[in-house]
Design a protein around this ligand. Structure first.
Ligand code: AMP
Ligand code: GLY
Length: 423
């Protein structure tokens, strides 16, 4: 079968790589992909990112299945458009993608379905927001309702920060139109876990748990990024925690979405906070995580293409999904200046040497210039490896990273370290 992947990041490079290893897949296309993709797929330029343009491309290629990486095309309705035109695609419809596209929708849905989540109020005017603030203790969390590329969440330690955050949201200065509606939320504490399920609209299968590392500096210090590294290890959740998350979050979400007439087919990503009151959902994403995907797919031990094909047809089976027991880890190498203003054009060396250690090096913010690979975005590469223990996986990944160089390279040295206490 021919599979088309939409997107251009490290997640999509990893998806294309895993599909290229799938016995059921003959050809992988990525639109647009990145400079790492041509070794595993055919990259196609994208001149327009509308559902119509993607449909025309899938038709022209004769794609048997299209897999959507990022959230934006899902929220734009690419799945509805493919389905209306009789093409197979894996991902949620526009209605189901509201679980990520609107935080207000998502929180009201969780409240109705009885899914554990932080207490919240939403507001569309500064007056409503001001009275909502009175209902919460500090610190509290203010979130923009709409998609804000990871910039829509502000933790406010005191009233003056909350007031200036609200001013910035409602004026559009912080995140544009995404902030015209806001949520005010109770602040939760605990360890964060990424728990992702694969749903065919009716059943949901759990992927192995993983953990992201959001801040730029070691020890969870500094500003937030898109994710500086992730690891996947079954020990992140106990059997009880996993059962609870499956029952109270994954199954409940899929069943309630079905009942609401918006069945959720696709990857359902629950950002969980492991609180003293039990696991609670911080947010839903309607796609795989980046860089969680790079670590997860490194451990996956099954025909990924067949799994997605059957899920897209509403027929996912537990026997199609399998993971190796070995933990895996993805260490992100970021560009100078990230997560602020990023410098581009630094020459990258050492990828082949890193891969000769058995690592997979997934590209994200890279470009070819004058026949040289250079930095071209914040998160540049994701160096991914596994090992028989978490410590071995960490050592393997960092040994591979040591081969790679570019000026201004930023790397966290503690990816996976918080998982060592479970061994
Ligand atoms: P989100 O985009 O909703 O995942 O939020 C981004 C990050 O903000 C999360 O990964 C958490 O670290 C933090 N966060 C979000 N909501 C809360 C909350 N209610 N309490 C504490 N931290 C939160
Ligand atoms: N790694 C977090 C995310 O993909 O949203």
């Amino acid at each position: 079968m021919k599979v088309l992947v939409l997107g251009s990041g490290g997640r999509e490079h990893a998806i294309a790589w895993k599909l290229s290893l799938s016995p059921s897949v003959s050809t992988v296309y990525v639109a647009p992909g990145n400079p790492g993709c041509p070794s595993v797929a055919t990259c196609l330029p994208v001149t327009s990112t509308t559902p119509e343009a993607y449909l025309a491309l899938a038709r022209e290629l004769g794609a048997d299945l299209t897999v959507v990486g990022p959230e934006a095309p899902l929220v734009d309705g690419v799945v509805d458009f493919f389905q209306k035109n009789g093409l197979l695609i894996f991902g949620p419809t526009q209605a189901a993608a509201q679980l990520e596209g609107s935080k207000s929708f998502s929180k009201h849905f969780m409240q109705r379905a009885g899914i554990p989540t932080a207490r919240f109020l939403d507001a569309t005017t500064p007056q409503e927001a001001a009275s909502a603030l009175e209902q919460f203790a500090y610190p509290l969390v203010i979130k923009a309702d709409g998609l804000a590329a990871g910039k829509g969440v502000v933790i406010c330690p005191d009233k003056s920060t909350a007031q200036s955050t609200l001013d910035g949201m409602f004026s559009g200065a912080l995140v544009g139109a995404a902030g015209s509606k806001v949520l005010i939320e109770e602040f939760l504490t605990g360890e964060e876990v990424s728990f992702i399920g694969l749903s065919d609209g009716d059943r949901v299968l759990p992927l192995e748990p993983s953990q992201d590392h959001k801040t730029i500096f070691d020890g969870d210090q500094g500003p937030n990024t898109g994710g500086m590294g992730a690891y996947s290890d079954s020990r992140i959740l106990t059997a009880d925690q996993r059962d609870f998350a499956m029952r109270e979050v994954m199954d409940r979400t899929v069943q309630h979405m079905k009942k609401a007439g918006a069945p959720f087919q696709g990857f359902l990503y629950a950002g969980l906070m492991m609180t003293e009151r039990g696991p609670m959902v911080l947010e839903f994403n309607v796609r795989l995580g980046d860089p969680e995907t790079q670590a997860l797919l490194h451990r996956m031990d099954c025909d990924f293409g067949a799994l997605l094909f059957e899920a897209a047809r509403g027929r996912v089976q537990p026997s199609l999904l399998n993971f190796k027991p070995d933990p895996s880890i993805c260490v992100v190498l970021a560009a100078h200046g990230y997560p602020g203003t990023v410098r581009k054009g630094d020459v990258i060396t050492g990828i082949a040497a890193a891969e000769s250690t058995g690592a997979s090096v997934f590209h994200a913010g890279t470009a070819m210039r004058d026949n040289q690979l250079v930095t071209n975005g914040g998160r540049v590469l994701g160096v991914t490896h596994s090992g028989p223990t978490l410590q071995a996986a960490i050592d393997n990944a960092y040994a591979a990273c040591a081969h790679i160089h570019f000026d201004g390279m930023q790397i966290r040295h503690d990816i996976g370290a918080k998982g060592l206490k479970r061994w």
